[in-house]
Design a protein around this ligand. Structure first.
Ligand code: PMP
Length: 304
């Protein structure tokens, strides 16, 4: 039953409110987070019309900056969104946001929205895209998760078909992923693995998928409908440097159940072990040696 809230909506206290001292870079200036407001007519809000990036800062440096900037321009190009800044200006904006908040190890959320416009989905109804840069801290999973590994479920929610909004576009609409994550939470699991309409494994709700079996490390090809992850690329390279055979191949649920090891990769999660899928233990149900090796290699790589 839906009951009326006791307090007025505007009097509610948000337990997840950001640190009020946070400075956000918005369309050319730094503003306190309380004043960093998106208009209700912004098509990013009205229609999820926009793109974003999540970027790490390690030791005061923007990690894989060029790759993230390239990807945000590619995402924008795919949705015919013109970013009203040059890559150099974007980079300077990220540095300003980082500096203003004295972030040495943290995370940048870069967003480009279609901007405030008229009602109606036509992109001609919004002529001024907005650029927002948030530099803050992040902890996706607590440290114990990296020790014990994630318990996952198969999501009933399918990954976007590549012929809808391509999963290569990091768009402001993550509802598929959000619903898959909810399925995991409802099942008492940590994370969900999404499949495509052909039944092929794609990725987690915000991370790429790797499966290790009999000496070969496999990850679904981007054409299966996955984000072309920047961490995915690094981890494939790190594995090859260890002499491990790496290939991009179609994987079905069975391949995950019978794997020796499984892990996910992403900017926020980095490299995180997966120890079960649908209550089937992967290997012996503990993070395996290859996963641990690549986790360590990633830590060394990011601080190079
Ligand atoms: N897949 C999805 C759906 C993502 O949102 C992300 C980024 N969080 C990734 C994979 C991992 O990509 P990257 O390593 O570039 O962060």
């Amino acid at each position: 039953m839906i009951t009326a809230p006791e307090a007025s909506l505007s009097a509610r206290v948000n337990p997840f409110a950001p640190d009020p001292d946070l400075q956000v870079w918005m369309d050319g200036q730094l503003v306190p987070v309380g004043e960093a407001k998106v208009g209700v007519f912004d098509h990013g809000l009205l229609y999820g019309d926009g793109v974003f990036e999540g970027i790490r800062i390690y030791g005061g440096k923007i990690f894989k900056e060029r790759e993230h900037i390239e990807r945000v321009y590619e995402s924008a190009r795919c949705i015919a969104l013109e970013i009203p800044m040059t890559p150099e200006q974007l980079s300077a904006a990220m540095r300003e946001a980082m500096g203003a908040n004295e972030i040495v190890d943290g995370y940048i959320r870069l967003l480009v929205t279609r901007g405030v416009g008229r009602l109606g989905i036509a992109i001609q109804k919004a002529a001024c895209p907005s650029v927002i840069v948030i530099a803050a801290s992040i902890q996706l999973y607590p440290p114990e998760v990296y020790e014990r590994g994630l318990n996952c479920v198969t999501a009933g929610t399918l990954r976007n078909h590549p012929q809808t909004v391509s999963p290569r576009v990091k768009s402001l609409n993550y509802l598929n992923n959000i619903l898959a994550k909810l399925e995991a939470t409802n099942a008492g699991a940590d994370e969900a693995i999404l499949f495509n309409p052909s039944g092929h494994a794609t990725e987690g709700t915000g991370d790429n998928l790797f499966v290790f079996r009999k000496g070969v490390l496999r990850t679904p090809p981007v054409s299966c409908g996955v984000l072309d992850g920047i961490t995915r690329e690094i981890v494939m390279d790190l594995a090859r440097r260890r002499g491990i055979e790496v290939c991009e191949s179609i994987l079905i649920r069975h391949d995950i159940y019978v794997a020796d090891e499984v892990f996910l990769t992403g900017t926020a999660a980095e490299v995180v072990p997966v120890v079960s899928l649908d209550k089937r233990l992967i290997g012996d149900g503990k993070p395996g040696p290859i996963t641990k090796q690549l986790m360590a290699d990633f830590v060394a790589y990011r601080s190079e």
